[in-house]
Design a protein around this ligand. Structure first.
Ligand SMILES: [Zn+2]
Length: 275
């Protein structure tokens, strides 16, 4: 196993379905430059998915990787641990994930953007083991307010997106299937959107001492909410909005200040269980 080849980077983008329709980060047209691609690393949990190392227009070094989709023989929990082990070794301090989500809140419509500030974890098969270990992870404010604000501001500058919401609770399910009407009725009181991406990433980020925020675009109504959703609309959003999502991510990375005043670092304490 070799860790020597893992490059240092300050930021990371965990790609989901929101940018799947474009070649991230180049297609964003913001001047981001790919430095290395097809970077695969051996980790304690197996071989990582391929990473790209790139530099933003402002000169920030970032790693990006796709976690959406499933590789044969690799569980979602294993894939998450592989990715966060690499990000830990790379010294990443800001992590943004993106994905398409369903709406639980009937006020939301497809193409609205939600930057969640909380979550309910209903995943069932994702190993909760941590990377750095020995930490008590406080989930009082699980999402970084500074990183979220940068995403909110960047999204608000793009008139082609739907409404932008700077808070909301994401109910996280195991997937990859969608939910039944009865499941949605059970989940609806507990959140605004439903997705498959925020856990375990949100607490693995805290475990490795990184700030975390998520950019989610609503791609469908959850079953039984408002009206039956359209597969054509979902495909159109993934195809047509990917470049805008990419631009929002890159603009947010270049806008966020290098500061530890956000308070995220205070929400990771040494575990009392190991004393
Ligand atoms: Zn933070």
């Amino acid at each position: 196993m070799s860790t020597a080849a893992i490059p240092q980077a300050g930021c990371a983008v965990i790609g989901g379905s929101g940018t799947r329709g474009c070649d991230f980060p180049v297609d964003a047209g913001t001047g981001a430059r790919v430095l290395e691609q097809d970077l695969v690393f051996e980790t304690p949990d197996g071989t990582s998915p391929p990473f790209i190392l790139f530099e933003t227009a402002a000169g920030r070094r970032c790693l990006t990787v796709r976690l959406h989709g499933w590789r044969d023989g690799v569980t979602r929990g294993e894939a998450s641990r592989q990715v966060f082990w690499v990000l830990h070794k790379a010294g990443v301090s800001n992590i943004i994930s993106e994905a398409g989500v369903g709406s639980l809140n009937p006020l939301l419509d497809p193409r609205d953007i939600v930057i969640p500030d909380d979550f309910v974890d209903l995943t069932t098969h994702r190993d909760p083991n941590m990377i750095a270990g020995g930490n008590l992870l406080i989930m009082r404010d699980p999402v970084c307010p500074a990183l979220s604000r940068a995403l909110f501001d960047a999204a608000g500058r793009h008139s082609s997106v739907g409404r932008v919401f700077g808070r909301g609770t994401c109910v996280v399910t195991e997937g990859p299937r969608f939910e039944s009407r009865a499941e949605i009725r059970m989940m609806q009181p507990h959140g605004d959107i439903i997705g498959q991406s925020m856990c375990p990433e949100v607490w693995l980020a805290r475990d490795i001492g990184a700030c975390y925020a998520a950019l989610y675009i609503v791609v469908n109504y959850a079953e039984g909410v408002v009206r039956d959703w359209s597969h054509e609309v979902l495909k159109d959003i993934f195809r047509d909005d990917a470049v805008i999502q990419a631009r929002i991510l890159l603009e947010a990375i270049d806008a966020v200040a290098d500061s530890d005043s956000c308070g995220c670092g205070d929400l990771r304490k040494p575990s009392l269980l190991q004393e």
